[in-house]
Design a protein around this ligand. Structure first.
Ligand code: GTB
Length: 218
């Protein structure tokens, strides 16, 4: 079986591993599954060929055995269902791990994305400075209980799972904000996730793409 995912030809994050293809690469590395990558420009992503895979014209997508998927969470769930290593075998433990996948994407990532939007895209708006503290507060409200939980455990449940993979990936997006430093248990959790050999391979692979296409502007 050949698995093909899509990724940015030139990632706007300049190889920092924040684009969502890194999450798929990490999941595939965790389960020991080889994969190929089709690199796309922003124009490619809006062409009919790619829109047939993802109606929103975004990366990443996943293709294997005639099945095409989009949405990172759904793809990681599929990968985790196909092979061992990302979801526990017991029914209850498995359901808990899936719950954390949803928690990462539905409860923790939205306020973080809102903060990114506020900092990067809305900073010049007249209302931006007044709004920012509220946005930061909403992020803190999600980080506090998570930090408390991770004070006494390495992973969200008994063993590393797709829930941790997504939660670590979501929290990585906070690094440049400095907010992670307010929560040592969360900062340590992200470091723990990033230390996994599978993550290291995934990170190196996406960085290699960026380096190969990087234009020296100096
Ligand atoms: N809900 C979808 C999923 O989880 O798969 C969201 C997919 C998505 O946001 N894809 C982004 C995309 O294709 C790339 S990953 N954007 C192009 C477009 O919409 O036209 C998000 C991302 C982009 C850039 C950075 N960065 O520069 O730091 C980080 C994350």
């Amino acid at each position: 079986m050949t698995i093909t995912i899509t990724a940015f030809k030139t990632s706007p994050d300049r190889g920092r591993g924040l684009a969502r293809d890194t999450r798929l690469r990490w999941a595939l590395e965790e389960v020991g599954q080889d994969y190929e990558v089709r690199l796309l420009s922003f124009e490619d992503m809006k062409r009919p060929g790619h829109l047939a895979l993802n109606p929103f014209g975004q990366i990443p997508t996943y293709e294997a055995d005639g099945l095409a998927l989009f949405e990172t969470g759904a793809i990681i769930f599929h990968i985790a269902e196909q092979a061992s290593g990302l979801l526990p075998l017991g029914k209850a433990a498995r359901a808990r791990a899936v719950t954390w996948m949803f928690a990462a994407l539905n409860s923790v990532e939205p306020p973080i994305l809102d903060l990114e939007t506020a900092r990067l895209l809305e900073h010049d708006k007249p209302w931006s400075q007044e709004r920012l503290p509220m946005v930061i507060d909403r992020v803190r409200k999600r980080l506090q209980p998570l930090a408390l939980r991770l004070e006494t455990t390495d992973w969200l449940e008994d063993q590393f799972s797709a829930g941790d993979l997504l939660m670590v990936s979501v929290l990585q997006r906070l690094r440049s904000s400095g907010l992670l430093d307010e929560f040592p248990s969360l900062a340590a959790y992200v470091v723990r996730g990033e230390a996994r050999p599978a993550y290291q391979r995934a990170f190196a692979a996406q960085l290699a793409v960026f380096k190969a296409g990087a234009v020296d502007l100096t």
